[in-house]
Design a protein around this ligand. Structure first.
Ligand code: ATP
Ligand code: MG
Length: 348
């Protein structure tokens, strides 16, 4: 039976990097007989321009019907001044929450060929292989009320809300433990339980889930310390599990350890491992349209899709090997360029 893959190139560098990833996906499709059927639609600013909303109902229906979704990136200055409720990023948040994609996997792997591109010393990062598991559909990015108001004295004020329910924490904790079980049985849960009520619940529930995973060595760390430890001694971590906002920040930070955010893929999974796959980076409007963006994060997202949604391990491995070979050949986009390498782009 054929599998439906919905491709959403998005905005900025999205279409450029997606074009490269689709080439890779098509080769894998025919070489490994995957039976994938690809279809295309818009999300974010591109959707706003075409449908008047950042996520059209018909696109959402297509996404629900698809077996997996591959996304470029959304957003850009072109849509900065539109109604905030219609901003490109709202489309992204909506598709994640509508599809229940609560489990965000963000590996930070240092390719040995890129040791020089890391901001840290080679001995601190060599062999780095961390997986950050980020909760993606709850917490402060979705919490209500969210409001801007004016105080009685005329001062402007604003507030956000950081809610987490027990079941939300439990299901993401399970993803963390499951990932730890297939890796090195080490999990670090990151929170701010010394200050936040939501984090105190988080820690409590993670401890409860831990009882089902006696083989996993669990530790807890406050997010400020985790940020520090990530640049001091990142190899102490294997799997990290954390909430939506902390995961957003820590995974961008971890990306620099690997040389460039242009190298990092991500998976966002629902309870059945149906997923949306996208690079960790944004739409990079500063370099869009120039053909110089690094497509490897998106190509590696294809690999994650094959691995996590379709259990096509051989095809996933083949893509990762191909990426490694390209790096071996000394071919580099500007973000990972170092001495002695040849600069390439997506337009050659
Ligand atoms: P978002 O909020 O969507 O995550 P952001 O503000 O974090 O966006 P990005 O779009 O990720 O920003 O870009 C951050 C920086 O990294 C920019 O200077 C951008 O040019 C660079 N960058 C991002 N992706 C790539 C890529 N694939 N190749 C090269 N450079 C990139
Ligand atoms: Mg970002």
């Amino acid at each position: 039976m054929s599998k439906q893959i919905l491709i959403l190139p998005g905005d900025g560098i999205g279409p450029e990097i997606m074009a490269e990833a689709v080439k890779v996906l098509e080769v894998a499709n025919s070489k490994f007989n995957l039976g994938f059927e690809l279809s295309f639609d818009d999300l974010g600013g591109a959707a706003y321009d075409r449908y008047g909303v950042p996520l059209a109902d018909e696109t959402l229906e297509r996404a629900r019907a698809a077996d997996a979704i591959l996304l470029g990136a959304v957003g850009g200055p072109k849509w900065d001044t539109i109604d905030p409720a219609l901003r490109p990023e709202r489309g992204l948040l909506k598709i994640r929450s509508e599809l229940g994609l609560f489990g965000n996997l963000r590996p930070a792997i240092l390719y040995p060929q890129l040791a020089q591109a890391s901001t840290l010393k080679p001995e601190v990062v060599s062999g780095l292989d961390i997986l950050i598991v980020r909760e993606l559909t709850g917490g402060i990015y979705f919490g209500k009320p969210r409001e801007r108001t004016t105080l009685e004295n005329g001062e402007r004020m604003a507030f956000d809300t950081l809610p987490y329910s027990e079941s939300e924490v439990r299901r993401i904790a399970k993803v963390g433990f499951d990932m730890a079980m297939v890796r090195n049985k080490k999990l670090c849960s990151v929170d701010k339980a010394n200050v936040l009520a939501s984090s105190q619940l988080w820690r409590e529930v993670v401890e409860e889930v831990a009882k089902d995973y006696p083989e996993v060595e669990l530790s807890h760390m406050y997010v400020d310390n985790a940020a520090m430890q990530l640049v001091r001694a990142p190899k102490q971590f294997d799997v990290m599990v954390t909430d939506n906002m902390f995961g957003d920040i820590l995974s961008d930070q971890a990306s620099m350890l690997t040389g460039s955010i242009g190298m990092l893929p991500s998976a966002s999974l629902d309870v059945n491992n149906k997923g949306m796959y996208e690079p960790c980076h944004g739409s990079a409007p500063d370099i869009a349209g120039q053909g110089i963006a690094n497509p490897l994060a998106t190509i590696l997202s294809v690999s994650m899709m094959l691995r996590y949604s379709f259990a096509q391990v051989a095809a996933a491995d083949a893509i990762e090997q191909a990426v490694s070979q390209v790096l071996d050949q000394g071919l580099r986009t500007g973000d990972i360029l170092s001495e002695g390498c040849r600069k390439v782009g997506t337009v050659e």
